[in-house]
Ligand binder design. Structure first.
Ligand SMILES: [Zn+2]
Length: 388
């Protein structure tokens, strides 16, 4: 069990925390109700979450306060890793650094989609749950509410229905929903025994579709490569597994959860944290190029990318929890046929992760927010509609 995802007594629930939770569940968000059922071009949605990826690197690239940090001794040649990271990701300006780190976000998404969360430009994106760790963050994002019962990373089945489960129960989406995650806990987050769609997580082999030579090899690698983290393989394996599934089944709603950014941050390796962010960006490009090559998806698919929580700054960059400032601060990116190309947002209406579930549904012409009134409302700017 990983350090950061283990329940910490420092975030043990208190009466105050419980009250905060209760309050946060009822925060009213400016309504965007009228447009929820408007016709959209989006027929498919792909959600990719990068665990614990900070907004600071997304919008400014490698952090000048951290770029020369030498990582932990358990990794070979930590000094050499730091030198290589500087060569690969350090540039004179933040705009150049972010382009070097995440070129897909800063070319394709910035040109054709929207990115929220650059506080330096007056664009806020946050989680509303007060514990600011992974399970509560994913649950908030996927159900639209911050449930006080989900206050740790304990492996309890999610008592709430995610937007994925809700859509899969509708005839138009039945059997066309799937979730892939590096972290084993996605089984509980999606409530795999109940949800009715495929949840492939952790070290589970994918056996739900006919084996291709490529999928057989991925399953073998998942079983046979060293387990640095007991509950999470390297991101490359779930990513390529999800790609095999997408090519075979063409799901209308696909989730992919990548975990290395968070793991390397907890491991105090800034070079590997940057490398995993850079790789994730390359995965996004590969996924986007793939869907644009398939008629079912081309011009009819929206990609949503975001983390599950923020992290601290300076020496606290490795951590995130209720009492580490910055842990609530997230970012989110949208790319698709209904999202106006406003690029990097500035002075925008604040957005929260609790709005993602209803936004996914609204893009697909469904009103999740009406079904679950405590959930955050859809983000109108993403749907190409004006805020009321
Ligand atoms: Zn973590």
């Amino acid at each position: 069990m990983k350090i950061g995802k283990t329940f910490s007594p420092r975030i043990a629930p208190t009466i105050v925390a419980a009250l905060l939770f209760a309050a946060s569940s009822f925060v009213s968000i400016p309504p965007a109700r009228a447009q929820a059922l408007a016709a959209h071009k989006t027929q498919n949605v792909i959600v990719v979450m990068l665990d614990g990826m900070r907004w600071q690197e997304v919008f400014s690239g490698a952090d000048p306060a951290l770029i020369d940090a030498v990582g932990p001794k358990f990794l070979s040649e930590p000094e050499q890793r730091s030198i290589l990271a500087r060569q690969q990701y350090w540039r004179p300006t933040p705009a150049q650094r972010r382009l070097a780190l995440m070129p897909f976000l800063w070319t394709t998404v910035a040109a054709h989609g929207q990115l929220f969360g650059n506080r330096d430009l007056g664009s806020d994106s946050n989680v509303i749950n007060p514990v600011r760790i992974s399970y509560p963050g994913y649950a908030e994002t996927l159900t639209g509410i911050a449930d006080p019962r989900i206050r740790s990373n304990d492996p309890i089945p999610n008592p709430n229905v995610t937007v994925f489960e809700w859509l899969n129960a509708k005839p138009a989406f039945a059997g066309q929903v799937a979730a892939f995650g590096a972290w084993a806990q996605f089984r509980q987050i999606f409530n795999a025994p109940r949800c009715g769609f495929l949840v492939n997580a952790g070290y589970d082999p994918l056996t739900a579709i006919p084996l291709t030579p490529r999928l057989a090899l991925l399953n073998q690698l998942k079983a046979q490569t060293p387990r640095i983290w007991s509950d999470e393989p390297f991101d490359a394996i779930p990513f390529h597994t999800a790609v095999e599934y997408l090519k075979a089944k063409h799901p209308r709603l696909l989730f992919l959860g990548l975990g290395e950014t968070d793991e390397w941050a907890h491991a105090e390796s800034y070079p590997e944290y940057l490398n995993s962010a850079h790789l994730a960006d390359a995965y996004l490009r590969q996924l986007w190029d793939l869907v644009q090559s398939i008629p079912q998806y081309r011009g009819k698919t929206t990609l949503i990318v975001l983390p599950d929580h923020g992290r601290g700054t300076g020496p606290y960059w490795t951590q995130h929890r209720a009492d580490v400032p910055g842990s609530s601060q997230t970012w989110m990116a949208f790319l698709g046929p209904d999202t106006p190309p406003l690029g990097e947002r500035s002075h925008s209406q604040p957005v929260t992760e609790s709005q993602i579930a209803a936004t996914i549904a609204a893009l697909l012409g469904q009103d999740y927010h009406a079904a679950f009134p405590r959930s955050g409302s859809p983000i109108p700017d993403v749907l190409g509609e004006k805020t009321q």
